[in-house]
Each structure stands twice: as C-alpha cells, then as structure tokens.
Design a protein around this ligand. Structure first.
Ligand SMILES: [Ca+2]
Ligand SMILES: [Ca+2]
Length: 184
C-alpha cells in the first residue's frame, strides 16, 4: 500500500522535467534542413502560426522571389509557388527587424546563426523561424509554415468522362422508349 502512493508524484515530476527540458532541446539544436528537390515538383506553402513582436514578412527568396505573408497571415492560408526543377534548392527568408534571415546553414545569415529550424520529412517540411539576432529567446515559433512539394505528374483522382454518363443516359432513355411503345 505504502509503495503505491508516490507513483503519481514520480509521474508529475517526470512530466515537469520533460516540459522543462523539451524547449531547451529544440532551441539548442535547430536543424538547417535540406530543401533540395529530388524531382520536378509543384510547391505550396501553408501558413501555420506566428508568435512574435516583429511583423516578419516572409518569402521564397530563391530560385525566384515570391513575397507571401507576415505574422498577421491567417492560419491555413495557402500560397501556390509554382513548379520547380529537380536539383533546385528552395531558399526561404524572413525580413525581421533584426535583419533578413534565410533557411539553410548559419553562414547565410549575417549573425552566422541558424534561424530556420526544419522538421518533418522530404516533401512536407515544417519551417519554424527564430526572428531575433543571435537566436534571441530561441523559441523558434516566431513564424511557422509548411512547405509541400508534390512531384509533377503525380496522378490526380480520376472521374468518369462526361461521355460515359451521356451514353448511359442514352441507353436508359432508349430502353424507356422501347418499354413505353410495348405497353401501347
Ligand atoms: Ca523568438
Ligand atoms: Ca516567439
């Protein structure tokens, strides 16, 4: 009986420790990711969230410049960026009050700090930005969006062509006419 009492305390303590450690882990080791397309792909960006003081306009910076939104963009807003070729790297940027920061290695940024933490898997990346110089509060939630790359030529769901229902209607109509003639 006595040994069962502390178990909930251990569970609570474990939960508290996890909550304390987790932000530290994510902040300490941002993943610069690798947004290089393996195939010709249609690319979309879906805005997820913002948690920041700066406005932070964000954009595709390379291979072409495509401005998208900022911290006030409604969650779920989708940007169709078009089609990109195999081998091209998608480089995104945010224009923070502290400077312009890019996806990819730390060396791209003026403060030589990784500002975009890339998670998810190939073709459905989650980009979580830190907008402060030298990492600031390291919360990596200032601007968050998904980048979805769909290989060109991926089959789309097929629907019957209009010719099939029209043929069916013709056959049914013909049968009905035949049946009416038989009854008269
Ligand atoms: Ca931050
Ligand atoms: Ca934040």
């Amino acid at each position: 009986m006595m040994s069962r009492t502390p178990s909930w305390k251990i569970l609570m303590l474990g939960t508290i420790i996890c909550l304390m450690i987790m932000p530290g882990i994510s902040g300490a080791s941002p993943n610069p990711g690798n947004l290089v397309l393996a195939q010709d792909s249609d690319v979309q960006v879906v805005f997820v969230s913002s948690n920041c003081g700066y406005t932070n306009p964000f954009r595709l910076d390379s291979p072409v410049l495509i401005p998208m939104g900022d911290k006030s963009t409604p969650a779920g807003t989708t940007f169709d960026l078009g089609t990109f070729s195999a081998g091209e790297e998608l480089i995104f940027a945010i224009e923070s009050n502290d400077g312009t920061f890019y996806t990819g290695p730390a060396s791209r940024n003026s403060d030589t700090y990784i500002h975009a933490d890339v998670t998810g898997s190939y073709g459905d990346w989650l980009i979580s930005w830190e907008d402060k110089e030298n990492g600031g509060d390291n919360d990596y939630n200032d601007i968050v969006f998904r980048v979805i790359a769909t290989p060109v030529g991926t089959p789309v769901p097929e629907f019957p062509s209009p010719a099939v229902p029209m043929m069916l209607a013709g056959v049914i109509g013909g049968c009905a006419l035949f049946a009416m003639r038989r009854t008269h």
